[in-house]
Design a protein around this ligand. Structure first.
Ligand SMILES: *Cc1c(COP(=O)(O)O)cnc(C)c1O
Length: 367
C-alpha cells in the first residue's frame, strides 16, 4: 500500500542540529544557572539587539508577557486603539492591564490598521495606539507616528510577525515607543516559547527589566509591582542555536513564497499580499483571500483538509467578535476586517515544506 504522507500543518517548528543544542545546554548541568538572566540569556540579548538593530532589548518568557509589560511600563491609562484583525494576545494585553481596547478598521490592501480611520477614534481618554504588522506587512508607520505625535499618544507595535524585517533599510524594532517580537515555536525565529521587547529609551529599560522580575531591583530593593516574565536558559539556548540559521530559514521560505505566487497570483478571485517595494521580508505566512472566486474560503479549506493539509483561518473570527468581547463590540463597526476575516485562508508555510507539497496545495486550491 502507498504510504500516506504526514499531515501538512500551517506551520512546523524549525529545529537546529540536535548536537548543537545538546552542547549548548550541557554547560547548564555544570553551572546550575537555569534562569534569572544567565549567561545564555545575556548572549542572546546581545545577538538579537544586533540582528534586529534595536538600541535596547529585553527578553521575555513569551511574546504576550512582553506586550503586557510594555503597556504597563509605559504607564498607559484609559483607551488604547488597536486592530481587530490579529491574534487574541494583542487585545487581551490591553484588557489585562485594566485598559479599554478601541478597535480601528484595517486597510484593504495590506490588512494593517488604517490610519485614515484612526483619528476619529481618538478621545480624551486615549493614551496609546497598538498596531500590528500583520503577516509581516508593515503598518503605515509614518502616518501613525505623525498622528500619535499630534495627540501625544504612545505607539507600541505588535511586531510578532515582523522578525528581521526592514522598511527602507530600517528594522521593525525601531518604530514606535516599543515593539514586541514573539519567539513562539511556530514563528520564523523561535526559542520554544519566548519573546522580546525592543525600545529606545534607557529609562524604559530599567522599568521593563524590573517589571519582568517582580520589580526586584536588588536584593533589598523592590520598587515596582511586577510579575514574572523571565526567559530561561533552555529557551535562550534554543534561540542562540536557531539564530545561526536564520538566513537559511528565511531564504527557504522565500522560495516557497515564490512558488505559491507563481502558481496562484493572477487567478481571478484570489488575492495574495502585494509585494511592496523597499521591504525586506521574512515570509512568515502565506495568507490568501478568496473573494468572487469559484469556491468559498471554507470550501477550499475543507478540500485541503480532506487531503490531510491543514491551513488556518488566520484571523477568523475578528477579535471584536470573540465571545469574551462581543457584548461590548460589534464587528460590523470594522467592516473591512470583518470581510477579510471571512475570506482569508493561511496556507502552510515553513522552511522545510517541500515544493511538491506546495504544488499539491495549489492544485487543490485551483482545482
Ligand atoms: C504569536 C503572536 C503573539 C503572542 O506571542 P506568544 O509568544 O505566543 O505569547 C502576539 N501577537 C501576534 C499577532 C502573534 O501572532
Amino acid at each position: 500500500m502507498e504510504k500516506r504522507r504526514e499531515p501538512v500543518r500551517v506551520a512546523r517548528s524549525s529545529m537546529p542540529p540536535f548536537e548543537e543544542y545538546a552542547d549548548m545546554i550541557k554547560k547548564l548541568w555544570d553551572s546550575r544557572w537555569l534562569t534569572n538572566m544567565g549567561e545564555l540569556h545575556h548572549q542572546l540579548e546581545e545577538q538579537l539587539k544586533e540582528y534586529l538593530g534595536a538600541s535596547h532589548l529585553s527578553l521575555f518568557v513569551n511574546g504576550h508577557m512582553a506586550l503586557e509589560t510594555a503597556l504597563r511600563a509605559l504607564g498607559l491609562t484609559g483607551e488604547v486603539i488597536t486592530t481587530p484583525f490579529t491574534f487574541a494576545s494583542t487585545a487581551h494585553a490591553i484588557v489585562q492591564n485594566g485598559l479599554t481596547p478601541v478597535f480601528c478598521d484595517i486597510r484593504p490592501d495590506n490588512y494593517t490598521l488604517d490610519p485614515e480611520k484612526l483619528e476619529a477614534l481618538i478621545t480624551d481618554k486615549t493614551s496609546a495606539i497598538l498596531p500590528v504588522h500583520v503577516y509581516g506587512n508593515f503598518c503605515d508607520v509614518e502616518k501613525i507616528q505623525e498622528i500619535a505625535r499630534r495627540h501625544h499618544l504612545k505607539v507600541i507595535y505588535d511586531a510578532a510577525h515582523a522578525f528581521g524585517e526592514e522598511l527602507q533599510g530600517i528594522g521593525a524594532a525601531r518604530f514606535g515607543d516599543a515593539s514586541m517580537f514573539s519567539f513562539h515555536a511556530t514563528k520564523v525565529f523561535h526559542t520554544i516559547e519566548g519573546g522580546a521587547l525592543a525600545f529606545h529609551d534607557l529609562e524604559l529599560e530599567q522599568r521593563v527589566n524590573g517589571l519582568k522580575n517582580f520589580g526586584i531591583m536588588d536584593e533589598e530593593t523592590v520598587t515596582l509591582v511586577g510579575g514574572n516574565g523571565k526567559m530561561n536558559e533552555f529557551q535562550a539556548a534554543m534561540g542562540l542555536c536557531n539564530l545561526k540559521y536564520i538566513g537559511q530559514e528565511i531564504e527557504k521560505r522565500r522560495c516557497i513564497d515564490r512558488r505559491y505566487r507563481e502558481r496562484l497570483e493572477g487567478t481571478k478571485g484570489i488575492t495574495l499580499c502585494k509585494e511592496e517595494p523597499g521591504i525586506k521580508r521574512n515570509y512568515a505566512y502565506m495568507p490568501v483571500v478568496f473573494e468572487g472566486y469559484k469556491k468559498s474560503r471554507d470550501q477550499v479549506a475543507a478540500q485541503l483538509e480532506a487531503a490531510g493539509i491543514y491551513p488556518r483561518k488566520y484571523f477568523y473570527p475578528c477579535v471584536n467578535a470573540y465571545a469574551c468581547y462581543q457584548d461590548r463590540y460589534k464587528q460590523e463597526d470594522t467592516p473591512v476586517a470583518q470581510r477579510i476575516s471571512m475570506n482569508v485562508l493561511t496556507l502552510p508555510m515553513y522552511a522545510d515544506l517541500p515544493l511538491d507539497t506546495v504544488d499539491e496545495i495549489c492544485d487543490i486550491v485551483l482545482g
